[in-house]
Write a protein that binds this ligand. Structure first.
Ligand SMILES: Cc1ncc(COP(=O)(O)O)c(C=O)c1O
Length: 393
């Protein structure tokens, strides 16, 4: 069976590969602890589940949804954006449900790229920013995140020709995988660039609710002019422990959303209405306390990991957002993948190689904080005691 040449252009998805390796280790009797994928280990907040149960019992949710979405969901998203970010959205034209941010980000490529068009993609970045353009017949051009600039990117440093061919730009703060928050002035520079070059700016807002130390992440749409040039993809996956539910929204530029709607009405049949009603319940002000409690848990785990890494001689910056710690690979390893293989082989701990998020992630590894405390402590103990590569020769 020969897959399409489009599919041949992309590597296997990182976590699909990792799952295979973990299964092999477990079969060999190793007690593997995974700090790999960012998938919250605690359940969806009980009132959200209760709202879903009630919605599920209502036959009115059992039929095909519309891709425009239920009024309750669109209004809940708009009310949340107003309350949380000070951004006023028209629930009729500027909000639409998505079946997770991943679906939305991928499909935007189909909606906006022709063959040979460019999508600018943060590097390191969520892998779909580059796999999406490739699968859509376009070309990703990477925007290196610069550690010396707070992991911002420099739009003046794009390769020749990229500006002219760019139709889309994908970026994300608080940032996966680096944990960085949006550097001052970056969103403003994106608005100016997107306006000047007729690019749709797509801010992936997957982690705005997961922040620490008093930091509150802004919406890209709060930047003056952002709505004229961009959209934001807001996911409920991480902040509300809803990764399995596939619940997200695209908000912002009405024309862009309308193109996305036209595409989706030919591809899928929308987000299950019971999930939309659960999403609406999640975004109510009453759930803010649950989000804060989760953030306190992640902040505690972050400190635990950062302290253990510091004791092991690995210098790390404490992230103010996301569920990840981004750390430099210790000396003695040729690549981040080699280090992660070494850690899995000798400590039975799964961590993600920075290189899997793009060439500019090379030299780093990522630890996810979505593992119960006892396992996280055990993983950290194993990492501290890991023999250096030389000792194994
Ligand atoms: C930056 C970023 N965007 C999007 C997603 C996926 O979100 P969703 O579960 O809504 O598809 C993730 C998941 O890890 C992510 O890290």
């Amino acid at each position: 069976m020969r897959p399409s040449s489009r599919l041949e252009r992309i590597p296997p998805y990182l976590f699909a590969e990792l799952e295979r390796k973990i299964a092999a280790k477990r079969r060999a009797g190793v007690e593997v602890i995974s700090l790999g994928i960012g998938d919250p280990d605690t359940p969806t907040y009980a009132p959200i589940v209760a709202a879903a149960q009630a919605a599920l019992a209502d036959p009115g949710t059992h039929r095909y949804p519309t891709n425009r979405g239920r009024r309750e969901f669109r209004e809940a998203v708009a009310a949340f954006y107003e309350r949380r970010f000070g951004v006023a959205l028209d629930p009729e034209t500027e909000v639409m449900p998505a079946i997770g941010a991943k679906e939305c980000i991928f499909n935007l490529n189909l909606a906006f790229l022709d063959a040979g068009d460019v999508a600018l993609a943060a590097d390191p970045g969520y892998p779909v920013y580059s796999a999406g353009p490739l699968l859509a017949g376009g070309e990703p051009v990477l925007m290196p995140l610069r550690p010396d600039a707070g992991f911002g990117f420099d739009l003046d440093a794009l390769p020749a020709g990229a500006r002219e061919r760019a139709r889309l730009m994908f970026f994300n703060y608080p940032n996966n995988p680096t944990g960085a928050v949006a550097p001052d002035g970056l969103f403003e520079s994106v608005v100016a660039f997107a306006g000047a070059h007729d690019v749709l700016a797509v801010h992936d807002n997957a982690y705005s609710e997961t922040t620490f130390d008093g930091y509150r992440a802004p919406s890209f749409l709060a930047t003056p002019g952002a709505r004229e040039v961009g959209v934001e993809v807001f996911s409920l996956s991480k902040g509300y422990n809803m990764t399995g539910w596939r619940c997200a929204a695209i908000v912002g530029n009405a024309q862009a959303i309308s193109h996305y709607w036209r595409l989706k009405s030919n591809i899928d049949s929308g987000l299950f209405e019971a999930v939309q009603l659960a999403g609406a319940a999640a975004l109510a002000p009453e759930r803010d306390a649950d989000v804060q409690a989760m953030n306190a848990l992640y902040a505690r785990r972050r400190d635990l990991v950062c302290e253990a890494l510091a004791q092991a001689g690995v210098a790390v910056r404490r992230p103010r957002g996301t569920i990840y710690v981004w750390a430099p690979v210790p000396p003695g390893f040729d690549s981040s993948a080699a280090y992660c293989e070494h850690v899995l082989e000798h400590a039975g701990v799964v961590i993600s190689p920075g290189g899997a998020y793009g060439p500019n992630g090379e030299g780093y590894f990522r630890i996810s904080l979505t593992t119960p405390d006892d396992q996280l402590l055990e993983a950290v103990r194993r990492l501290r005691e890991l023999p250096p590569p030389a000792a194994l020769c």
